[in-house]
Ligand binder design. Sequence first.
Ligand SMILES: C[S@@+](CC[C@H](N)C(=O)[O-])C[C@H]1O[C@@H](n2cnc3c(N)ncnc32)[C@H](O)[C@@H]1O
Length: 345
Amino acid sequence: MTQTEVPIDVELRGLYKAHYRFQFLSAGFQLGLFALVEKEPGLAVREIAARLDLKEQPTRILLLGCTVFGLLRKDGEGYHTTPLSKPLTANFDEAPASNIPWEQHGIYRAMAWFCESLKEDTNLGLRREIPGTAPTLYGRLAENPELETTFHTMMSSVSRLVGAELREKLDLSGCGHLLDIGGGTAINAANLADRWPDLRITIADLPSVATAANEKIGKLGLADRVRAVSLDAFHDEFPTGCDGVLFAHFLEIWSSERIRELLAKAARALPPGGRIYVVTPRQDDDGTGPERAAMLSAYFHTIASGEGMVYTGAEYEQWFRAVGFEHTGRLPLGADTVVITGRKA
Ligand SMILES: C[S@@+](CC[C@H](N)C(=O)[O-])C[C@H]1O[C@@H](n2cnc3c(N)ncnc32)[C@H](O)[C@@H]1O
């Protein structure tokens, strides 16, 4: 073992005790501990307990863990934020902070059903832990409005992370009207409409999301060029009249059979020469990573749909060909996202 290597038992412990790390992080964040200590550096246990309205012993437990895991630094009797906790002291609707409420309330308990979900080949995590009857997360979110808001806050912040690169790299100069399937609350549409002033965009999403998207589009003053329509991508044909189709963070939710079905619908809706753009997390073609591909795949299988995973670029290119798109490129976005582009032959 070299000096820089982590001993195996320590590395393993990091894996089998990971839930403690997350709960210290989540409790500290939810209770406003990091924001408090950032605002008033050097507070001691008793002062923190009073400010957070906690008893003293629970406060000591919280501070002990946050210090152990590098979220706080203790200097004398006083506590201070660290580079790890500073990003969690403001901008709560932006990543990384926006991830914590979603991981806590949407994912944490449900992921305990991962192994059973693999065995049963379905999303038992959703079925057992998220109230409602819809078979996919997105239907069930409509049954849980507070969780739906938490999800879309997180999702928009994730899409914003690659938003600047997307607007810079995605050439929509030949596109007059883009259909954004599963476009959510208009985060990509607003970004692309701003970059391409002549572009019209139709967002198609489930009813509660389309309503929220139209509210946002109105507030942004984009209603003359961007609108959201209610559409179930599996049960409805896609509207015609567009010359580009965007699937952003959408196809990977579904099985390969359903992806081919969705791509075939896109091909039917587009004229010859029409463009297809798939924004998706990346899995390396050799199946060795990256880490985010593994985590998201587990999430799609256990919670979101019970059938999706992060696929490789090679798989998308093969599916493109099968439904009549020629593959035109792969644009990397950030560390682990890619845009796969194609044209209807
Ligand atoms: C992971 S989010 C992606 C949102 C957005 N495209 C982005 O990149 O930020 C997936 C979106 O697909 C929508 N969705 C799920 N099932 C759908 C369906 N059957 N038809 C249309 N939209 C659906 C969800 O409501 C959600 O807005």
